[in-house]
Design a protein around this ligand. Structure first.
Ligand SMILES: Cc1cc2nc3c(=O)[nH]c(=O)nc-3n(C[C@H](O)[C@H](O)[C@H](O)COP(=O)(O)O)c2cc1C
Length: 388
């Protein structure tokens, strides 16, 4: 058993074990990958203030997110094709999140279906909705999430059209992978991945295949999804979906203070400041840089979570100190899953929790809910002074 001390250790193992096509799918940003890179490098520009000679006993990193008790302010973000990173990936990640005590979000584009994940977990999870053109499918999807007792609907707003990730085109990304000479040569070196995949029936997009007429094989599936994202989405449609759902709503993919105000006006329970992990608008600012202007714009009217770029517990601490009320992680848990399955996701969560807890103590705090800007050293102009 390798000694895992940080998220990067899991990433190295993941790279060795997952097929190249799926590693690249996870590890890419759009176009030049500027935003993808800055999501992580901007976290390192924020510095933490060391304090000493304060009582550091009885610490707690527990809090609430969207009204739900969580062991730490970190939810698993929706990640499409998680079940291709490792067989039955969504079920494994959901179980790890459940046992750790943090929310799991199932993507519309998952391999394991809503019903399947519900049947293999005990606690409610969150469901992420892509707004689709096919209204009938959309309504049925929402009803399926209600029937599965999902405790929040996470509506993703930043993917009305798809940002280009070069490697997905070069690799001919598909789920399941098409068997070509290139993909077979790669799969031959990932035999543990292949053996597990042969042992499961879950190899298609479980929320789509069997639920849409005419979608039966990987190529019809890819064609259907590519033209289904709704380019006409607007705030009135978001309000309608919220009405249809009737429960907790989290709006994900907000990167601008004006949009944050609109989201708060719709009456959501939380927003996620996110640029989709640098996979959509290349050239946009990092999420952590946009957090402060967005917090100021919403002024406490809704909870504000942040994702994109979190790779350590120190990153979570910085986001919380800046004023977020929770965070989400995408790649950090996928690395764990691809490296070591369910155990690896748990390991990723343990790593983040330990880093956050000890760093919080070294900043002189005992309760994550009381950590504020006093622990941060923020460079002047961190949020930028950009000419309009
Ligand atoms: C491989 C991959 C697939 C993703 N699929 C989805 C998805 O299906 N729905 C969604 O709302 N966001 C999706 N995202 C974005 C994540 O939910 C999240 O915003 C992002 O991963 C956060 O950045 P991080 O990976 O740096 O933590 C995906 C991200 C990755 C890396």
């Amino acid at each position: 058993m390798p000694v895992i001390t940080c998220i990067d250790d899991l990433k190295r193992l993941y790279k060795r074990r997952a097929p190249k096509m799926f590693y690249d799918y996870c590890e890419s940003g759009s176009w030049t990958e500027q935003t993808f890179a800055e999501n992580t490098s901007d976290f390192s520009k924020l510095r933490l203030r060391q304090r000493v000679a304060v009582d550091m006993t009885n610490r707690s990193i527990a809090t609430t997110m969207a009204g739900q008790d969580v062991a730490m302010p970190v939810a698993l973000a929706p990640v499409g094709l998680t079940g291709m990173q490792r067989a039955d990936g969504e079920i494994k990640a959901a179980r790890a999140a459940e046992s750790f005590g943090v929310p799991f979000t199932l993507s519309t584009m998952s391999i394991c279906s809503i019903e399947d994940v519900a049947a293999h977990t005990r606690k409610p999870f969150w469901f992420q909705l892509y707004t689709m053109k096919d209204q009938d499918y959309l309504k049925r999807l929402i009803q399926r999430a209600k029937d599965a007792k999902c405790s929040a609907l996470v509506i993703t707003l930043d993917l009305q059209v798809l940002g280009q990730r070069h490697m997905d085109l070069k690799n001919g990304l598909s789920a399941p992978p098409k068997l070509t000479a290139k993909s077979l040569a790669d799969l031959a070196t990932r035999w543990s991945w292949g053996l597990e995949m042969l042992g499961t029936k879950r190899r298609d997009m479980g929320n789509v295949v069997g639920h849409v007429k005419g979608v039966t094989d990987p190529s019809s599936l890819m064609a259907w999804t590519a033209e289904q994202f709704d380019p006409q989405l607007d705030w009135s449609k978001i309000a309608q979906i919220k009405e249809m759902w009737g429960g907790k709503v989290i709006l994900k993919g907000i990167l601008d203070p004006e949009d944050a105000k609109m989201a708060a006006k719709v009456g959501c329970d939380a927003i996620v400041v996110s640029n989709h992990g640098g996979r959509q608008l290349d050239g946009a600012l990092s999420s952590i840089r946009m957090l402060d202007p967005i917090l100021q714009a919403v002024g406490g009217e809704t909870e504000v979570f942040l994702d994109s770029g979190i790779r350590s517990g120190q990153d979570v601490l910085k986001a919380m100190a800046m004023g977020a009320s929770g965070t989400m992680i995408g790649r950090a848990f996928v690395y764990g899953l691809g490296a070591m399955g369910e155990e690896g996701v748990r390991k990723a969560l343990e790593v983040l929790a330990k880093e956050m807890d000890v760093s919080m103590a070294l900043c002189g705090h005992r309760d994550i809910n009381e950590v504020g800007r006093d622990v941060l050293m923020i460079p002047e102009d961190f949020s930028g002074r950009w000419a309009a």
